[in-house]
Design a protein around this ligand. Structure first.
Ligand SMILES: C[S@@+](CC[C@H](N)C(=O)[O-])C[C@H]1O[C@@H](n2cnc3c(N)ncnc32)[C@H](O)[C@@H]1O
Length: 216
């Protein structure tokens, strides 16, 4: 992808999250659920994304945590295995994705832009490669933070807007800049930081993936 299309991509105008657009996104992921190659139900527990979430969440036994835009629950599956006493809610827009969520985890259908939970009812929240589909990023970040207790961890792993154009994306997808998402998180969280990550600890991050880690 050349510099012009990257620039155009990053300047893609924000579109409003209408009911029609939300339905289009949902239907797209309902269909994608059958594609196990691109939307797998498991993940290698050794990858940095998993380690970072486990590390940031800490001991979850007896605690309540939400996986926002969980897909088939591949991250929630590992959290549940490592913390059998944790109460894990896996929320996704697409019910077909939720059907793959393993037993012992509570699947909930809904949108991260209107989470069906009261304020501060979770000890922590994480979202991996899902916020980029929220369209109304500000609203979704506000919602994710709203449902976490003061002091609780919020971790978002997504792609970096500076690398826009490296992968094919649906029309609604948006990636964020490092500082852009830090600023949004600071509206709701006391401590916010971010770091580049790669899949493997011994591989230097190439800038595509970022992890934003905050404390409510
Ligand atoms: C690329 S998948 C990532 C799934 C999962 N987090 C993972 O890493 O395996 C993106 C997921 O976000 C979900 N999603 C998209 N928009 C959403 C929304 N507004 N609210 C909740 N989930 C949404 C999709 O249905 C899809 O399962």
């Amino acid at each position: 992808m050349n510099w012009l299309s990257r620039l155009l991509g990053r300047k893609r105008p924000a579109q409003p999250l209408t009911a029609d657009l939300l339905r289009e996104i949902r239907l797209s992921f309902e269909t994608s659920a059958a594609d196990e190659e691109h939307f797998p139900s498991t993940i290698d527990p050794r990858i940095v994304h998993v380690k970072l979430i486990l590390e940031t969440m800490g001991d979850l036994n007896g605690r309540r945590v939400i996986d926002v835009g969980c897909g088939k629950g591949r991250f929630a599956r590992i959290l549940h295995e490592r913390n059998p006493g944790a109460r894990i809610v896996a929320l996704d827009l697409a019910e077909a994705m939720l059907r793959a969520v393993p037993a012992g985890i509570s699947p909930v259908a809904g949108s991260m832009t209107a989470l069906p939970f009261p304020d501060g009812c979770f000890d922590g929240a994480y979202a991996t490669e899902s916020l980029e589909h929220a369209v109304d990023i500000e609203l979704a970040v506000g919602e994710i933070c709203r449902v976490v207790k003061p002091g609780g961890p919020v971790i978002i792993i997504d792609k970096n807007a500076a690398h826009w154009g490296r992968l094919q994306t649906p029309a609604w997808e948006r990636w964020f800049g490092r500082k852009e998402l830090e600023r949004l998180l600071r509206r709701h969280c006391r401590k916010v930081r971010s770091q580049y990550i790669s899949y493997w600890e011994d591989v230097e991050p190439d800038g595509l993936f970022l992890a934003w880690i905050a404390r409510r």
